[in-house]
Write a protein that binds this ligand. Structure first.
Ligand code: NAI
Length: 337
């Protein structure tokens, strides 16, 4: 099958070329983002392989279908950028990689937590400057602290396992209860109670209409003073302006973010020689108690191996007329909060 890749990085080419030795698809890599104007680059390809910040809105899907595309291969788990109604109307099949390495994301959430807690980012900068002063670097013991997990699916469970190992108390909020989390000692509560009682809140739910700005000014007003918020889910789950306000009022003491609502204009590009015009992002970037990474939670060799193999096998299954039911993208099963 001919597959056009968008937003292709060097690491994608390395891992996909290696995985393709088992599949023999024809792969065409484009470093450009997918949007209505670049969709023409997929002309003549049966499938398009897209990543988290590629746009799969109605105009893009229409242009792809007109160029002969029949299959959308998401090389990620999230599908919030796909207009599923339009895909269905155009008879485009959408396949994804639902669970490539939940531990990769959970471990990155813990990396953000621990860096913020122990001021690793600030200590690193100081030591490089020959400044060994410890002022302002006091952290806290994780042992005995309460961690609130919002969304206790695959990644939430992986995080729960790690936090149980740290000796943390565990609270959870989800529209479904996960017995594997409960077996690790996690207690389900409602969201206000989780926010009031947690020292650290980590977000692991999908971005769907019900979770858009789930963490907003109203919810941040409930959060335990001095708490830490970690977001490795999707930027839109958090109202970033409300987070800035909560940081300025010192209600929220730490924020670790790997995702940002308007990340499409920033992440994945080298903008170091340009002027960034997103003032909200730039404000977040000025706090000493905020750490930002550019949507890299998933980026491990284990994840890339899994993503490349499952994506190319999704393409092969489609050709054989037997796509795996669990990889077909459907509307989330969640209900309103
Ligand atoms: P999952 O589907 O296994 O778990 C999601 C959980 O969220 C489910 O238990 C679901 O019931 C729950 N949920 C749904 N609606 C909810 C609501 N309104 N309130 C609270 N919980 C709700 O998904 P998984 O694999 O754990 O991934 C979670 C999210 O993490 C993905 O949707 C994606 O957006 C994000 N992600 C981020 C990555 C990164 O690199 N930063 C990489 C991979 C995923």
């Amino acid at each position: 099958m001919k597959i056009a890749f968008f937003s292709a990085h060097e690491f994608d080419i390395t891992f996909f070329d290696r995985a393709n030795l088992d599949f023999h698809h024809e792969l065409f890599y484009h470093k450009e983002r997918l949007h209505p104007k670049t969709a023409v680059m997929a002309e003549g390809c049966d499938a398009v392989c897209a990543f988290v910040n590629d746009s799969l809105d109605a105009p893009t899907l229409t242009a792809l279908a007109a160029g002969g595309t029949r299959l959308i291969l998401l090389r990620c788990a999230g599908f919030d950028r796909v207009d599923l109604a339009q895909a269905e109307q155009l008879e485009l099949t959408v396949l994804r990689v639902p669970a490539y390495a939940p531990e990769a994301i959970a471990e990155h959430a813990v990396a953000l937590m621990m860096s913020l807690n122990r001021n690793i980012h600030r200590a690193h900068d100081r030591v490089r400057e020959g400044n060994f002063d410890l002022t302002g670097l006091v952290g806290f013991n994780m042992h005995g602290k309460t961690v609130g997990v919002v969304g206790t699916g695959k990644i939430g469970l992986a995080l729960t396992r790690i936090m149980a190992g740290f000796g943390c108390n565990l609270l959870g909020y989800d529209v479904f209860h996960n017995p594997a989390c409960e077996a690790l000692g996690l207690k389900y509560v409602d969201l206000p109670e989780l926010l009031r009682d947690s020292d650290i809140v980590s977000l692991h739910c999908p971005l769907i209409p019900e979770t858009k700005h789930l963490i907003n000014a109203e919810k941040l007003a409930l959060i335990k003073p001095g708490a830490m918020l970690i977001n490795t889910s999707r930027g839109g789950v958090v109202d970033a302006q409300a987070v800035v306000d909560a940081l300025k009022s010192r209600k929220l003491a730490y924020y670790g973010m790997d995702v940002y609502e308007k990340e499409g204009a920033l992440f994945g590009e080298d903008l170091s020689s340009t002027i960034i015009t997103d003032d909200l992002f730039e404000r977040l970037n000025t706090f000493p108690n905020v750490i930002i990474t550019g949507h890299q939670s998933w980026l491990t060799d284990t994840a890339l191996n899994e993503i490349s193999h499952v994506t190319l096998s999704n393409a092969a299954d489609f050709v054989a007329g037997k796509p795996k039911a669990e990889n077909i993208v459907q509307q989330p099963r969640a209900v309103a909060v």
